[in-house]
Design a protein around this ligand. Structure first.
Ligand code: SRM
Ligand code: SF4
Length: 572
């Protein structure tokens, strides 16, 4: 329900952007939250329930955490008249997508103490803890603080963690871009002291200067995502970002960026007015203007984004309602000059190159394939113990990739044998990966923690892949890289709508099935089967893979084959 708020003249002197007129319930909540404080501190003290007040659950997102409950036991607890088994998901802000071994050891300790022995690498190069009970959230945040980490703005209606290509082969270029992306991440975090007061116990002090000079009192209409990519790898899926920067390098290094606007994946189930959209390239800016460009584009979204209908509040809808030309002109006005024409670039894939490689520094990098980014101990794969053992001897860094994988980075040649020994000892060598499709797979978290999941994703993908691998094996295609992504609902946290094969959950065991995305994230796929189970999906894939093996042009990717032959249209 939309609400009309009277302007607050006192507040207008503090902030640059003020909401006037009709606002959605979330906007009203932010307006009234005293800059994200709400009653969170009181809710944490309440020992009767494992939850906090509904409004506070929304504000908590900007503090980097979600109230969830264990959905595996939800029905049983309801039957026993118990409240849901409330837990909190805590998402760390990790500018530049990397941490030191010392930080990892601290994260490992926190996961074992409060987080169900699990660290979950996300599709945006950071990690989440699940299973944290309310009484331990503050200890978790303070523990992260000791490791110089925080969760500010990891979720919520603000600029999120900025992504940056993680392949560190050309180390100087990647390091420069990681530093620019980390700088933008730091620059656009909320400036309110609410986080310090609630989680670190700082005293509230009166402020005479603007509390949120950029965001204002209602922050952004919706989450905003920025990513920096270094061709030829499109590992961050730049076209799915609200704002993307494509690095353009010359003989003497980084020169600037092509700018993309208006990407986004999320759809709302049964609402055809919501849709995934690929970003459009609008021009080129020199590297010195990356931050100003981010401010200009986010400022447009702050000032013109839809604050009445939350389903249409993402920047992609602002781009479509205002028109791309208008957006480009407005960016130019805010920058004070015309954008230069976009420069040529070329992508070849959006996956990670798994295994050991030597960088131009002579140091080694080892990219580990971590199924769905879940670092835990399970069966023969002792990821949590293995990474702890490696962190104890490693002298470089750890990097996290947008494909939920991890890079043991900057390994001195003399340290490599010991790290290889530890990987093998914990069942983490490369031989746990059976096929190229598995290496190019992503699943979102979904059940049992995600409150929005309609079907399984992370827990189902390994079995589904085993069945698809059997089909590929019959046709000699086990080594063929094919992108496959699964999300437990249409929100698309695994960026499924750019995959060659994709499933998005509709109901337990039922998925919408998509084919034909571009191998390096350059084209959206399209739905070929709606609300179907595994038998229908495998039957269609069986036909497709047989025809692909027999009829493809040399080097042709599966997604391109589908598009060229119109296979899915004929089959559906
Ligand atoms: Fe996401 C909401 C998990 C990347 C689109 N996402 C959620 C929540 C917080 C569910 C909720 O709102 O209650 C999920 C928590 C599950 C859990 O139990 O942990 C969740 N999203 C994730 C992660 C952990 C998936 C993963 O398996 O790695 C990713 C965390 C990234 C990070 O570190 O910040 C994650 N989410 C994405 C991406 C991919 C990306 O950003 O590159 C997308 C699609 C891109 C986009 O934003 O358009 C994405 N998540 C959504 C949406 C749909 C937004 C929309 O425009 O409609 C929601 C729902 C919402 O915001 O209302 C959502
Ligand atoms: Fe949850 Fe849906 Fe995102 Fe999967 S895609 S993590 S089910 S919100």
């Amino acid at each position: 329900m939309a609400t009309t708020l009277a302007p607050d003249p006192a507040d207008r002197t503090k902030d640059v952007s003020q909401p006037l007129g009709e606002l959605s319930a979330d906007e009203t909540l932010k307006w009234n939250s005293d800059y994200l404080r709400g009653t969170i501190d009181l809710g944490l003290l309440d020992r009767i329930s494992g939850s906090v007040a509904l409004d506070d659950t929304r504000l908590l997102k900007v503090h980097g955490m979600y109230q969830q409950d264990d959905r595996d036991v939800r029905d049983e607890r309801r039957r026993q008249k118990l409240e849901p088994d409330y837990r909190f998901m805590i998402r760390v802000r990790l500018p530049g997508g990397s941490c030191t071994p010392e930080q990892w050891l601290k994260l490992d300790r926190l996961a074992r103490q409060h987080g169900g022995d699990s660290i979950r690498i996300t599709t945006r190069q950071t990690f989440q803890f699940h299973w944290v009970v309310k009484g331990e959230v503050r200890a978790m945040i303070q523990g992260l603080h000791e490791a110089l980490l925080d969760t500010v703005a990891a979720c919520g209606d603000v600029n999120r963690g900025v992504m940056s290509s993680s392949d560190p082969d050309d180390s100087a270029l990647h390091a420069e871009i990681a530093a620019i992306s980390a700088g933008i991440s730091d620059e656009f975090i909320p400036k309110t002291r609410a986080y310090h007061e609630i989680w670190y116990g700082d005293q509230k002090v009166a402020q005479s200067e603007p509390i949120e000079p950029f965001y204002g009192r209602t922050y952004l209409p919706r989450k905003f995502k920025i990513g920096f990519v270094v061709p030829p790898s499109n590992d961050i899926d730049v076209y799915t970002q609200d704002l993307g920067f494509i690095a353009i390098a010359g003989p003497s290094g980084l020169e600037g960026f092509n700018v993309t606007v208006g990407g986004g994946m999320g759809r709302t189930d049964n609402d055809p007015t919501t849709y995934p959209r690929l970003g459009d390239v609008i021009g080129y800016v020199p590297k010195s203007e990356a931050s100003a460009t981010a401010e200009a584009v986010m400022g447009i979204q702050r000032d013109y984004g839809n604050r009445v209908e939350r389903n249409h509040a993402r920047f992609k809808y602002t781009v479509d309602s205002k028109g791309l030309d208008w957006i480009k002109r407005e960016v130019e006005t805010r920058l004070g000059h015309r954008l230069e024409p976009a420069r040529p670039f070329h992508f070849i894939s959006n996956g990670d190159r798994i295994g050991w490689r030597q960088a131009d520094t002579r140091l080694f990098n080892c990219t580990l394939f971590i199924p769905s980014g879940r670092v835990t101990n399970s069966g023969t794969q002792q990821w949590l113990d293995g990474m702890r053992a490696i962190a104890r001897v490693h002298r470089g860094r750890f990097r996290f990739t947008p494909n939920q994988n991890m890079i043991i980075a900057d390994v001195a040649p003399e340290d490599r044998p010991e790290i290889e020994r530890l990987l093998d000892a914990h069942g983490l060598g490369e031989d746990h990966v059976k096929s190229a499709i598995r290496l190019n797979s992503i699943a979102c978290v979904a059940l049992p923690t995600c409150g929005l999941a309609m079907a399984e994703a992370e827990r189902y993908l390994p079995d589904l892949l085993t069945k698809i691998e059997a089909i590929l094996d019959q046709h000699g295609l086990l080594r063929e890289p094919i992108t496959i992504r699964i999300s437990g609902c249409p929100n698309g946290c695994s960026r499924p709508y750019v995959a060659e094969i994709a499933l998005t959950g509709r109901a337990p065991g039922k998925y919408n099935f998509y084919l034909g995305g571009g191998f390096h994230g350059e084209r959206l796929n399209h739905m070929v089967l709606e609300n179907v189970g595994e038998p229908a999906i495998l039957a269609l894939l069986g036909k497709l893979i047989a025809r692909y093996a027999a009829e493809r042009i040399e080097g042709e990717r599966l997604g391109n084959f589908v598009t060229r032959t119109g296979f899915s249209l004929a089959a559906s």
